[in-house]
Design a protein around this ligand. Sequence first.
Ligand code: NAD
Length: 252
Amino acid sequence: MSRTVVVTGGAAGIGRGAVERFVAGGDQVVALDRDADALAALSDELDVRGITVDVGDREALSAAAQEVDQVDALVCAAGVQRYGTVVDTSYSVYDEVMAVNVGGVFFACQAFVPKLPRGGSVVVVASVQAYAAQKSVAAYSMGKGALLSLVRAMAVDHAPDGVRVNAVCPGSVDTPMLRTSAAEFGGGRSTDEVVAEWGRSHPLGRVATPGEVAEVIHFLASPAAAFVTGADVKVDGGLTAGLAVVLPEDQK
Ligand SMILES: NC(=O)c1ccc[n+]([C@@H]2O[C@H](COP(=O)([O-])OP(=O)(O)OC[C@H]3O[C@@H](n4cnc5c(N)ncnc54)[C@H](O)[C@@H]3O)[C@@H](O)[C@H]2O)c1
């Protein structure tokens, strides 16, 4: 059965992977993104409707929802990665991370959840940084933790309406966001080299593809996950299963 799926951040990375997966499954997709050029390229390539919107703008999200008649699932993938400790994060970086990564999910849900039918669902892209943090991602990590609390609260509130709400928590995923970070922190090494090194810190030995995360998003949004709500599903190649403890023989 064909559904209509709204994907925020659908023009690139994990959101784009989700768009491709839903299209492949025969669903109609509406992609919301602030990058108008990337949206236009997406619409040219796939039969996808694009709406240019900054998810940090709640009025714009509400207006975008007015333009969409039917919504069966909402995927919230738009997000930004910003760095800083609690001490050196500027007000503007803090405000941006909260507006986009937290407000962008909260207000997308506020705009689109009322349109969801019984059997509808929401999938929020959080992160392993909701459970454990690398250095210098205080605001980002806090925002991702907040998303898991929001997912649980919404799962409880909307279960009586037959609407399910879940999160995916990826480890490192090969997207423009990850490659931007690799270029910034690579110390002159090639981006491929840095991404491969980050991959080795995951027990499966590599970073994920957007399609691998999209597969789990697609499952959670589908009737196959009919009894799954309030869940946060790690898609992290075992990253959070391990401890950074090595036996002496492993160090040889
Ligand atoms: N890449 C990773 O390793 C990784 C890991 C864990 C979680 N995540 C999360 O997954 C989500 C997607 O990340 P990605 O790596 O695909 O990022 P990306 O930067 O590669 O793509 C993000 C997309 O979202 C859009 N976007 C960003 N801010 C927006 C805004 N304010 N309004 C509308 N659109 C906006 C961008 O234009 C882009 O098309 C983010 O929430 C990110 O925090 C990513």
